[in-house]
Design a protein around this ligand. Structure first.
Ligand SMILES: Cc1cc2nc3c(=O)[nH]c(=O)nc-3n(C[C@H](O)[C@H](O)[C@H](O)COP(=O)(O)O)c2cc1C
Length: 370
């Protein structure tokens, strides 16, 4: 169907109103020059129309020609293919902008290449934000984690008495410093893990593992805090199954759930940790942690597993941390193709649970992709 003159005008008006830069080039002319540019392109680059018509778009690169994607753009154009990439460009006043550029070939009815259309999107603000975020993470990793690890190592050496014999008050102080250091390392690791998860760079080390052993490891780690708080840990195991999992990461998930339960439990109460084995392969084992704390209002249950969530302190549920613990736990369980959730009512305690499916041995080598 051929568009009418009216249709053409409507199309042109739409292109002229677009907020993205749009240019049309003619590959039948020497050096594929611009034959049309919309007002948004003029506004973005700062050039006048007569300064750009008849020129190849590469003038926007100025002297900055050592960019890897320029060759890919050239290649796509030579093959008559589409390409989307982000390239450094410069306005007429010399100002740098990051141009998220999509170039597509335009073919006529007979399949002859007649034009290229280029759509320019200024993503400078996004790129600058990404750079600031990446600088922040590298600061956490180098300027925070490295010195904290070294403080931790020194304190450990003081604690084991290999450097010098400490007085009893001295030993007490070192113990306090060590426990705070451990907390700080936990927070730093949370932030760096979250970054890896977001970037899809978090790899599981899957292997068959006795499901019960995870509980024992966590109980061993958490018992000293429970003694201080007079909290009783109750374990009930209904299954001795081996499940394919990343044991270190699943330990982290359970540790997170139990640590939260301890934070929100009154002294002298009981926390029950259960392991159930289901017939359903998709939910083969189920871990649950029940506390006798203040519970969570139903309207807040959905928010719990979102990043940086800490519930309102009026509910007395904000107790420090990064607000990433449950989000990381959910991401780890998701990577295992399991499920995680919570049942709770105000003043009736909470039960956090997660399930793990029965993964095949093939999954150890080639993790699930859905
Ligand atoms: C329709 C179209 C739009 C283009 N828009 C831009 C642009 O906004 N910025 C840019 O740096 N290059 C743009 N290019 C790419 C350059 O014109 C050129 O093809 C690229 O620099 C690779 O070729 P060269 O190595 O000969 O310079 C565009 C190309 C086409 C066909």
């Amino acid at each position: 169907m051929y568009p009418t003159q009216n249709d053409r005008l409507t199309l042109l008006r739409a292109v002229e109103s677009a907020r993205n830069g749009i240019v049309l080039t003619d590959p039948s002319l020497e050096d594929n020059p611009i034959i049309y540019a919309n007002p948004a392109f003029i506004e973005l680059t700062g050039y006048d129309m007569d300064e750009i018509i008849g020129k190849n778009c590469r003038f926007l690169q100025g002297e900055d020609r050592q960019q890897e994607n320029i060759a890919s753009i050239k290649d796509a154009i030579a093959k008559g293919e589409s390409i989307t990439t982000i390239i450094r460009n410069y306005k007429k006043n010399g100002g740098l902008f990051y141009n998220e550029l999509t170039i597509s070939p335009v073919y006529d009815d007979k399949g002859v290449l007649v034009n290229f259309i280029g759509v320019q999107n200024d993503v400078t603000a996004r790129m600058e934000l990404e750079k600031r975020i990446s600088d922040f993470y590298s600061m956490i990793s180098h300027e925070l984690r490295t010195p904290v690890s070294s403080i931790n190592a020194s304190l450990l050496a003081l604690e084991d008495g290999s450097v010098t014999k400490l007085s009893s008050p001295g030993a007490k102080l070192v113990k306090i410093a060590l426990s705070n250091c451990k907390r700080l390392i936990g927070l730093i690791n949370n932030i760096l893990d979250w970054k890896k998860l977001q970037a899809g760079k978090f790899k599981l080390q899957l292997q068959p593992w006795p499901a019960e052993e995870i509980i024992d490891t966590v109980i061993q780690e958490i018992t000293p805090v429970c003694i201080l708080r007079k909290i009783k840990l109750e374990k009930s195991v209904e299954s001795t199954a081996h499940v394919v999992m990343d044991p270190e990461r699943i330990t982290e998930v359970l540790l997170n759930l139990i640590s939260n339960a301890i934070k929100f439990s009154p002294d002298g109460t009981t926390i029950s940790i259960k392991l159930k084995c289901n017939n359903d392969k998709k939910t083969r084992v189920e871990y649950s942690v029940h506390d006798q704390g203040c519970g969570i209002a139903s309207e807040n249950l959905d928010k719990l597993f979102l990043q940086f969530q800490q519930l309102d302190s009026s509910e007395k549920r904000s107790k420090g941390g990064t607000g990433l613990g449950l989000a990381i736990s959910k991401a780890i369980v998701d990577l295992h193709h399991g499920r995680i959730g919570v049942k709770s009512k105000l003043n009736e305690g909470s039960t956090f649970w997660f399930t793990l499916p029965e993964l095949d041995y093939a999954d150890i080598i080639r993790p699930h992709q859905d």
